[in-house]
Design a protein around this ligand. Structure first.
Ligand code: SME
Length: 203
């Protein structure tokens, strides 16, 4: 099967079956590859295009408009910041997330997750190591608006266990043009996908 066909969605699936299908397709797509850039690129593309091929998310005002990853900046090769950006953040080594592989319109490059300075849905999901479901982004304190058209959002942390200790290494973020675009079924599906992605890569 051509790789692109893995984002085709059979008709008649309900939400749990949709997420199960995407999980299965992603496990095939990641098989044999351990590089996180490659795997997250394919994961964001598969997720985004599968969501767009699913009637609940693919059309009109309920469309998913962004799907991608932010990762702990320590995972990226240095240098990560220009001198100008360093001056703007007023910190040489702030704890931050950097934009990773995604599908959708351009988005913010950096998200501050330093204690006392963390702000936004991604930072909260990362710092609390818990999925954050936001029904109305305008009502969420600190929400970072990368796209003024986004109305709701779900962010799931990427959790890696090292020496028996669970730590966050990044987040998986989905945005929707409708209020209350995501529910607990989406959260459960996304958390399973986040685990599959983390387990499939060398970090
Ligand atoms: N809204 C996010 C920022 C990332 S964009 O949605 C792609 C936040 O508040 O953290």
């Amino acid at each position: 099967m051509p790789h692109a066909d893995s984002a085709m969605i059979p008709s008649g699936l309900d939400k749990p079956a949709f997420w199960e299908h995407v999980h299965e397709q992603l496990s095939y797509l990641l098989d044999g590859q351990r590089n996180w850039v490659t795997n997250l690129a394919n994961a964001s593309s598969l997720l985004y295009n599968s969501l767009l091929a699913f009637p609940e998310f693919g059309t009109g005002e309920r469309m998913v408009n962004w799907c991608g990853f932010y990762l702990n900046s320590e995972l990226f090769p240095a240098p990560q910041l220009t001198a100008t950006a360093k001056a703007e953040t007023q910190d040489d080594q702030p704890a931050r997330l950097l934009l990773g592989p995604f599908c959708g319109k351009p988005a913010c490059q950096l998200i501050n997750v330093a204690p006392g300075r963390a702000r936004g849905v991604c930072a909260d999901a990362y710092c609390q190591r818990k999925t954050v479901l936001v029904q109305d982004v305008d009502a969420y304190p600190g929400h970072i608006a990368c796209d003024g058209e986004t109305k709701s959002e779900v962010v799931c942390p990427l959790l890696l266990t090292v020496n028996g200790e669970e730590k966050a290494i990044g987040v998986l973020d989905l945005d929707c043009l409708a209020l209350s675009g995501f529910n607990e079924q989406d959260q459960a599906g996304l958390e399973k996908i986040a685990k599959l992605v983390v387990d499939a890569c060398d970090w």
